[in-house]
Design a protein around this ligand. Structure first.
Ligand code: ADP
Length: 452
């Protein structure tokens, strides 16, 4: 094109100088100039494309670098939390056992302080781990059937002792006739509700904390479920309101001193709710109280879906035969004592190979299986048991808290997963879910359970 352009201009000059027709010379000049301009434009375009490609390569390289740094940070946090969780397992478990022995008032007060500090540390570890997952974009959600009303009742049950101490009324309202079984991520929904109720209880000195669950109209099996947590506490000022969902933000500087906390809870809740396709909002008046509303779209499920699912909601308690595999003596002693104290028969073993033999010999109702053990680890032991057709529920006991550890446990054939430190409530829930005989579900009705 460049050559043609130059030729065009040359021809124009020849025609002009040679006295050719002026119109022909002008045409040749115009054509030559246009061709030269096009050649220039193409050169500019090529150089732009070249620049853009180079920039894209640089951007891709930077993104890969950022991703790998973020993965490294995420792994580092998970590893550190693992290292801290393991000794904490011992502290919390032994504290739980000590609390059940005869103690004088002074000793009990010290013990309560130890347990409070250790639980605070655990909660902080959990929050930091969640935040790092959110930041790394690693948040994933389960889809399993669960009973929403039962979940809310469980959450209320967790706060019974605090609200009794503070003289608060804790109330659950579930609309009569509304669907109660849904497909969704029960653990995440529980986490959000627990956090909102925990804040409401923390920031309310007198009056009531009310959980209200509303189920919107169902369209193509989808319904928006509203979880409202209303309190009569200190409230939040209009200036503070827009900031409380930011990480590490507390309404005012004195909050940490007076109530503790890290300012991560609401940021995590909002990220979780948004990850489920919903929204989390707040209305509040200082001195009158706050109302937090999480609206989450869920798929309506049936009681049948629930009973088909492994780990379906169950009630009641019976004595169980349990195989407990853990190579760590302290952890084994702690869990064994908790289970025996609840009236169960426990067969303790120190490695996966012994666990396989114990399951074959004793035909237990449930197995608690540590993952990392010498001779044979928990994953291999589980795979072996499943290969022989064994269907007993196997619950992983592990200090690893990353999502891929959970996936690894389930892929090996484990039924569920408990993260150390194992608390009595965790064990009790796992037993209820996986080993106690299911009872027919109660008919849905309006409920107002007060924990006081
Ligand atoms: P944390 O409670 O750990 O400080 P959150 O992210 O859960 O962190 O809450 C952030 C801040 O929002 C709290 O420090 C508090 O100032 C305010 N807040 C949250 N819930 C309530 C509530 N129910 N009543 C009054 N203030 C609240």
């Amino acid at each position: 094109m460049l050559v043609l352009g130059v030729a065009g201009l040359g021809l124009a000059v020849v025609l002009f100088v040679g006295g050719g027709p002026l119109l022909h010379a002008a045409s040749a000049f115009a054509a030559g100039a246009a061709l030269l301009w096009c050649a220039h434009a193409l050169r500019v375009r090529d150089s732009l494309i070249h620049d853009l490609t180079a920039e894209r390569i640089v951007l891709q390289a930077s993104r890969q670098q950022i991703d790998s740094v973020s993965r490294a940070k995420s792994d580092f946090i998970a590893n550190i939390s693992h290292e801290i969780r393991t000794p904490l397992a011992g502290v919390l478990g032994t504290t739980a056992l000590l609390a059940e022995t005869p103690l004088n008032d002074e000793q009990r007060a010290y013990l309560t302080a130890i347990r409070g500090a250790a639980e605070g540390l655990m909660a902080l570890l959990g929050d930091i781990l969640d935040m790092s997952k959110i930041e790394a974009g690693h948040l994933t959600f389960e889809r399993s059937p669960f009973d929403l009303r039962k979940l809310a009742e469980d959450v209320i049950g967790m706060f019974g002792y605090v609200t009794r101490d503070k003289g608060l009324v804790l109330r659950l309202t579930y609309a009569e006739g509304a669907a109660r079984v849904f497909f969704g991520d029960p653990l995440r929904i529980r986490q959000v509700l627990t956090n909102l109720v925990s804040n409401a209880v923390k920031f309310t000195a007198a009056g009531e904390v009310r959980i209200e669950i509303r189920v919107g109209p169902t369209l193509h099996d989808e319904a928006t479920v509203e979880l409202r947590v209303q309190d009569t506490g200190i409230g939040i000022t209009a200036e503070q309101l827009p900031r409380i969902f930011d990480s590490f933000v507390q309404a005012d500087a004195s909050t940490t001193r007076r109530f503790g906390g890290t300012g991560l809870g609401l940021a995590i809740c909002r990220a979780l709710v948004r990850g489920m396709g919903g929204s989390l909002d707040v209305e509040s008046l200082p001195g009158s109280g706050s109302t937090f509303t999480a609206a989450v779209p869920l798929t309506v499920a049936s009681e049948h879906d629930l009973s088909e699912a492994p780990g379906a909601s169950v009630t009641g308690m019976r004595r169980l035969k349990i195989v407990l595999a853990d190579d760590n003596r302290i952890n084994r002693t702690v869990v064994l004592a908790l289970l025996e104290r609840a009236g169960h028969t426990v067969i303790p073993v120190e490695n996966g190979l012994a666990a396989v033999a114990a399951v074959e010999d004793h035909r237990p109702d449930i197995v608690f299986m540590d993952c990392q053990m010498p001779i044979m680890d928990g994953y291999e032991a589980t795979t072996r048991l499943r290969e022989t057709g064994c269907t007993v529920p196997i619950i992983a006991l592990t200090a690893n808290a990353r999502a891929d550890d959970r996936d690894r446990c389930l892929a090996a054939g484990m039924t569920d997963y408990l993260t150390k430190p194992i608390r009595p409530e965790d064990l009790h829930l796992a037993l209820q879910r996986h080993a106690i005989a299911p009872t027919p579900p109660e008919p849905a009705s309006d409920s107002a359970s007060a924990a006081q």
